[in-house]
Design a protein around this ligand. Sequence first.
Ligand SMILES: Cc1ncc(COP(=O)(O)O)c(C=O)c1O
Length: 399
Amino acid sequence: MQDEMINKGKRYLANTYNRYPMVITKGEGCWVWDMTGRRYLDFLAGIAVCNLGHVHKDVLEGLALQAGKLFHISNLFFIEPQIKAAEILVEHSFGDKVFFCNSGAEANEAAIKLARRYSWSKYGDRRYKIIAMENSFHGRTLATLSATGQTKFQEGFAPLLQGISYVPFNDIDAVRKSIDDETCAVIMEVIQAEGGVYVAGKEYMKALREITREKDVLLIVDEVQTGIGRTGKLFAYENFGIEPDIMSLAKALGNGFPVGAIIAKDAVMQAFVPGTHASTFGGNPLAAAAVVATLDTMISEGVLKNCQTVGKYLYNGLLSLKKKYPFIVEIRGMGLIWGIELSIDGNAVLKSFMDEGVIINCTKGNILRLLPPLIVKNEEVDLFLEVADRVFEKQMKKQ
Ligand SMILES: Cc1ncc(COP(=O)(O)O)c(C=O)c1O
């Protein structure tokens, strides 16, 4: 039955993904089941989306209650759960105002538009340039693809958005040299996730914040993957002793319900006035109910603490594996986002994990990426580490 469904998928779906040959039909906490009834330990969480685990009861309840009242009404009206969601985000972040959209790319698109509009309203036409980081990932729309500092994603889509340049990540002199009178913003991830889990330096972030503030250049932090608890803080920027001017969110914001947002200081968000930006579905009642339930649970139920302690436990386990297997080059990350850089082909390793019933991801061909739900327990980490040991042992024998 599963094979039949996969063949149908190949027949009818656009060929945009290298899909694993599985149809996942059910999830609960850190576990998912495929169509054959096989159970998998999910150390990917829908690519950093289901941070509270699959089918979390509070999110389910929030969605069900809202679904019984109103699915959609449009932003021509005030929407009660949207206002509540914005209130929680503002009360727990640097920001004053929220704009809701539907995805990470849309959030970054809004951030780029807001930065240009802010600069335009203050300084006029010629201040439109955006500095992005090499090896970054910001999404697949044309503007966010232009801000993505990896040419492999851009191939065949030229001409891209004008006015974007790239500097090496973690190189403060490079940013300093690149900012000129026409620069309106710097866009970056504090942890380059898709790029291979590279963490920004704390001193670098502080210096970057100082330079950008001095020049009234907006600092856009893309927290689409790192936001909503992934690093053990609600937002990853909190680990670096800085505050951005604009932050983009999506992925885990609705714990699986599609929703995105940007948050900004009032002085910046004032550049958006009626008619300048909009989204039909953005923050609709269902999406917003998912956000409220997700954030309430994340904040009140010790999820962040769990992420910190279990994250350390996982890191220590990974370090032990690194000592044992010489092809593990480096372990990088924070909280519950970890990259295991290998000197061998990561895709073969990934397949072995899948065969053993553990879902992970491989980025850049040789970096295993772990993004388990933040409710993961030490026992589940033990299971993961046992499998990893077996998989790596097998690789050793092949070397
Ligand atoms: C840092 C970052 N920004 C933006 C995106 C794009 O998000 P979406 O796929 O929801 O458009 C991603 C997706 O992986 C991401 O990791």
